[in-house]
Design a protein around this ligand. Structure first.
Ligand code: HEC
Length: 172
């Protein structure tokens, strides 16, 4: 056996499904659909380990209830999913329709990245992703929905905008 075992796709996708459904509301209720936080009480847990999870299931008042319904295998799968999310650089855009809102983020080139957009308004968002993808691509995010887009960034400054807000992504 090798010293390091890599999470299988099955384990990651089983973890993702538990992350969205456990207890009826899922981990997503407090940690966001992609573990990014999304302004919820639990915050960002991308890249968290099995030990982090076990510790919080025992000590975090709001998570204790879930401890009983998760098998050891469920916890391993959840940890694999959180670690998988942690392999992406996160560009987190929580859209609240703030006038003149400009968000700036800095990431490294050549590393897998994930844009996560949470639409906290009542109008659907249509975001032109061509600056990131190099081809015509629109991301639709319905009211109170979260959507994502993965890409491998190259050096440069990229701006995405919708309505009253813009996000400037500085790739170093
Ligand atoms: C009812 C809300 C709630 C739910 C549901 C919930 N959590 Fe949490 N979680 C929290 C809070 C609150 C914290 C503590 C955050 C802090 O201290 O900043 C936390 C902490 C954590 C941590 C520790 C983060 C760290 O910094 O080490 C992990 C890992 C975690 N949660 C994973 C999960 C997973 C996986 C699930 C689903 C099985 C889940 N949580 C469900 C509220 C929740």
């Amino acid at each position: 056996m090798s010293l390091f075992t890599y999470a299988s796709e099955e384990s990651i996708s089983a973890g993702e499904s538990t992350f969205r459904t456990v207890g009826g509301y899922g981990c997503i209720a407090c940690h966001g659909l992609y573990g990014q936080g999304g302004g919820n009480v639990g915050g960002n847990i991308r890249g968290s380990s099995l030990n982090d999870l076990k510790y919080s299931l025992e000590h975090e008042q709001t998570m204790k209830l879930l401890g009983d319904v998760l098998s050891e295998q469920d916890k391993i799968n959840l940890a694999d999913y959180m670690e998988y999310l942690g392999t992406f650089q996160l560009v987190d855009w929580m859209y609240e329709g703030i006038k003149g809102g400009l968000l700036s983020v800095s990431i490294d080139s050549g590393k897998n990245s994930q844009l996560v957009v949470l639409n906290k308004t009542f109008e659907p968002m249509l975001i032109d992703l061509s600056p990131l993808s190099g081809k015509h691509l629109t991301l639709r995010v319905d009211p109170y929905e979260t959507q994502h887009f993965e890409w491998l960034p190259e050096k440069g400054v990229y701006e995405l905008s919708f309505g009253d807000e813009a996000i400037s992504i500085n790739v170093k």
